[in-house]
Design a protein around this ligand. Structure first.
Ligand SMILES: *Cc1c(COP(=O)(O)O)cnc(C)c1O
Length: 433
């Protein structure tokens, strides 16, 4: 399988090259030359297959010969080695719990797959790869955990001081070894700007092999298809495919779901569940994509004003707006409605939502009110304990940190404090090698 750049100016790349580069040299996103079809027999008999087997069958055509099959099977096994249950919340609505991985967020799946692929690709290289990433919380933890102790890869994570939750901060700062956290006395946007400048600095990129770990990277984006198949495996009414609501920020997750559908997975409809950063909602009514500055919300992993993966969704539908509108709608959920939903769902159904899941739940519930004959699921993308303030305020129940995290919570924080500004980051990276 080859990948072309959505900007159409760069040469095609195989999976290996696309995964190592991250972004295409013309600043486009890599996209597969064709969308492989999953064997209909597999879809009909998903129950007979283990999650590892399903994941392997889904991803193998995308990887091609760049990773040998036994190694790839090992990589997918390690990627999906935790439960991903579909939990009924009401008669009509189920929750696909993607938060049972090591950092309690769905990003674990993409990060675990990507890190193992990069580890495999760098085995024989002399030069180390440096993964540079800015995080508002969730990405950094999943990336740090995924890459921990992967040989040949150094990870540098920038996060805004005082603006991530206590669990998130521990996840970023307690691993050590090849993981370094830079605590920036500024905002997420400051961190992001520093990282962007590093990638654009020819002097630095001559000296260091830099790559990013966001969902632009095909090795993080594509494995996110796995759990849509696992969800359907657990779906009870196979003759009535689900409506799926996906809490969306950069649109990597929902785009992977749409790709799975185009490969043959039965899905009735997708809902992009957004907070007030809803430029895609505006697009679906005007056909104009108008990026704007992100506004901070409770579901802060979705505070994105220019969703980078949306161009891939357009690509899947061949830029044909009517096709896209038929399969995708969107919803905008305010912080007030998010809080109210956390409280109501807890009281009525004894289910605890995190703010991102609450946006997904309400988007789906509103849709099903207009389509009462249908059923659906929302993706619960993070564990509620990662967002204790909003959850406890509305459920009036204390969030208990899972026992599996206790050892980490006891570890001392290790970070390097840094003022915003690219020069500070450059100096640090320069002296590191
Ligand atoms: C990253 C994230 C999202 C948004 O996912 P995208 O792929 O960027 O759309 C939603 N919820 C949580 C908890 C996240 O960490």
């Amino acid at each position: 399988m080859n990948y072309y750049s959505t900007n159409k100016q760069a040469p095609v790349a195989d999976f290996r090259e696309a995964a190592i580069k991250g972004q295409a040299p013309d600043k486009g996103l890599y996209f597969p030359e064709r969308i492989p079809q999953v064997d209909p027999e597999l879809i009909r008999n998903l129950d007979d297959y283990s999650n590892e087997e399903i994941a392997f069958r889904v991803i193998q055509p995308y990887v091609g010969a760049t990773i040998d099959e036994a190694q790839l099977f090992q990589i997918v096994s390690e990627t999906v080695n935790f439960p991903i249950p579909l939990v009924p919340v009401t008669d009509q609505i189920s929750s696909l719990e993607l938060f049972h991985g090591p950092t309690l967020a769905f990003k674990d799946i993409g990060a675990r797959f990507m890190s193992r692929c990069l580890g495999y690709f760098t085995k024989d290289r002399k030069e180390k790869i440096t993964v540079l990433v800015a995080t508002s919380g969730d990405t950094g933890g999943a990336v740090a955990n995924g890459f921990f102790n992967v040989e040949g890869v150094e990870v540098v994570i920038l996060y805004p001081s005082g603006k991530v939750s206590p669990v998130q901060e521990k996840q970023l700062t307690t691993l050590g070894h090849n993981i370094q956290a830079l605590e920036v006395s500024g905002t997420f946007d400051d961190c992001q700007a520093m990282v962007k400048q590093a990638f654009a600095d020819p002097e630095l990129t001559q000296k260091l092999f830099l790559t990013s770990a966001n969902s632009i990277n095909v090795a993080r984006w594509l494995p996110q298809q796995f759990y849509y198949f696992f969800a359907y495996k657990q779906w009870q009414c196979k003759d009535q495919p689900p409506v799926i609501a996906v809490p969306s920020g950069n649109f990597g997750n929902i785009c992977a779901g749409i790709l799975a559908m185009q490969s043959g997975l039965p899905v009735k409809h997708f809902i992009a569940a957004c907070n007030v950063n809803d430029i895609v909602s505006a697009y679906l009514s005007t056909e104009i994509l108008q990026p704007r500055e992100a506004v901070p919300t409770l579901s802060n992993a979705m505070d994105v004003g220019n969703p980078s993966n949306f161009v891939r969704i357009l690509e899947i539908f061949n830029h044909q707006f009517p096709l896209l509108k038929d399969k995708l709608s969107s919803a905008t959920i305010s912080d007030a409605a998010t809080e109210q939903t956390i409280g109501e769902v807890f009281r009525q159904f004894h289910y605890t939502l995190d703010p991102h899941g609450a946006v997904g739940y309400l988007s789906l519930a509103n849709y099903l009110q207009k389509h009462p004959e249908q059923k659906g699921m929302f993706l619960e993308t993070a564990h509620p304990v990662k967002f204790p303030d909003a959850v406890e305020r509305n459920t009036k129940e204390e969030q208990i940190i899972p026992a599996s995290l206790e050892p980490m919570m006891q570890q001392p924080k290790q970070s390097i404090f840094m003022a915003p500004g690219y020069q500070n980051l450059k100096e640090y990276l320069w002296n590191k090698v």
